[in-house]
Design a protein. Structure first.
Length: 427
């Protein structure tokens, strides 16, 4: 078989399926997670600064560096296994260590990311969470006691997941140390890769939940401005048929509204699209956990349905409302254009009527001039005919005046017939 060249992206596309592998964890263990995001225009951030920040952490532990163009990296830093990922809008750091602290969710576990290193981060902290993984006790009452101690009961979400091999719990609150807490209780025979997938999905649920909620803040601000634009547009549409209102003035106001709406759409399109994508990831991550209710407590899915889903509907509502206002402005512009066209048609009709009247006057004037021209032409023609016929009229003793009188009716008739024939040919 003859050799064939590979597509230049074949290996890159295949390797993308195997990028960002799940961690391999054994209970008991602890996972700390950090997401850093620039406050504005994060999609176009300087990624070289993020890489330098990662290298600064690796160099503290003498760890190897990732490839220059890498978007993810795994390696050891001291007693922790580090996982670094660069995403569209943010960068994440995950650190996994075996064993758990004597004090549940001890803030000292976050010291894997030193304070001075955090201060130099190219962005702000978006997510900081800790996952405590313990073997599942035989007595469910022991689990309940721990959950009551660790979490706020009002917000606690808890469920059996992944075919009842683990119990996950969290209250989605930020504790006094600035950390969001999650607990995982796993059966002794649970595989290390399965534990890693559960922990990774908890980190992703919280990260993408937080980033998607950024759209809610933008939607609230947008709704406040849309209320004012809605009133202006309604008032403007209601006066489109007002003849006293200048079409030019109305057009300028309509253009100002349309320009502002397009500007708002441009500034919010990326955030709303990102929110929609992040929401889909959150729902998908919860779905693959295959939750089952534990002791009458709300599941993660129910928690999101009650608190998270309304926020996402608010974002979608703002996006739909913005689109609707843009369409209304376009329809108002079409109506205004119709009004202008009708007014212009009326003006054109009046202009044509005026031109018709002028043409009639010109035609009447022309006919008057033509009548005078028949007389003028006949006058000169009679004189010329009298002189031309003089050699014939003199032998007959017909004087000049008599000859002119004889020729006048004939010549006038001939001139009139000639001009009439010319008119017929022109018409």
């Amino acid at each position: 078989m003859a050799p064939i060249d590979d597509h230049p992206l074949r290996y890159a596309l295949t390797n993308e399926l195997h990028a960002r592998p799940f961690p391999t964890l054994q209970a008991p263990c602890t996972a700390v997670f950090l997401a850093i995001k620039q406050p504005g225009d994060a999609a176009n951030r300087d990624r070289d600064r993020e890489r330098e920040h990662l290298l600064a952490l690796l160099d503290r532990h003498g760890s190897p560096h990732p490839q220059p163009d890498a978007t993810h990296f795994s390696g050891s830093i001291g007693r922790h296994e580090l996982k670094w990922e660069s995403h569209t809008e943010f960068v994440t750091y995950s650190a996994f260590s075996s064993g758990v602290s004597a004090r549940p969710f001890d803030p000292a576990e976050m010291q894997v990311f030193p304070d001075d290193w955090l201060e130099s981060a190219p962005g702000t902290r978006l997510v900081a969470l800790m996952v405590r993984v313990e073997p599942m006790p035989k007595d469910e009452a022991e689990i309940s006691a721990k959950l009551e101690e660790w979490f706020v009961p009002e917000s606690l979400a808890c469920s059996r997941v992944v075919d009842d091999v683990a119990i996950i719990a969290g209250d989605f609150r930020i504790d006094p140390a600035g950390i969001t807490r999650f607990a995982v209780f796993v059966r002794p025979d649970t595989g290390a890769r399965r534990i890693g997938r559960i922990v990774q999905r908890l980190c992703e649920i919280e990260t993408y939940r937080t980033t998607s909620m950024l759209g809610l803040i933008r939607a609230r601000k947008l709704n406040g401005r849309l209320n004012g634009i809605d009133m202006q547009l309604s008032e403007l549409a209601g006066r489109l048929d007002d003849a006293a209102q200048s079409a030019e003035t109305t057009l300028h106001r309509l253009l100002a509204i349309s320009a502002e709406l397009e500007s708002l759409a441009s500034r919010t399109s990326f955030r709303f699209a990102a929110t929609s994508a992040y929401e889909a990831i959150v729902n998908q991550r919860i779905e693959v956990l295959r939750e089952e209710r534990l002791g009458g407590r709300q599941t993660f899915g129910e928690f999101m349905m009650r608190r998270y889903d309304p926020a996402m509907r608010t974002v979608k509502s703002a996006q739909t409302r913005l689109t609707s206002l843009i369409e209304r402005a376009q329809r108002a512009a079409d109506l205004l254009r119709t009004r202008v066209d009708v007014e212009r048609s009326a003006q054109n009709q009046k202009l044509l009527e005026s031109m018709d009247r002028r043409a009639d006057l010109q035609l009447k004037l022309q006919r008057t001039v033509e009548g005078l021209s028949v007389v003028a032409i006949s006058y000169y023609a009679v004189n010329l005919a009298a002189y031309a016929a003089y050699p014939l009229t003199e032998p007959l003793h017909i004087d000049h005046g008599t000859a002119m009188a004889m020729f006048t009716p004939i010549i006038v008739l001939l001139v009139w017939l000639g001009i009439r024939r010319i008119h017929k040919k022109i018409d």
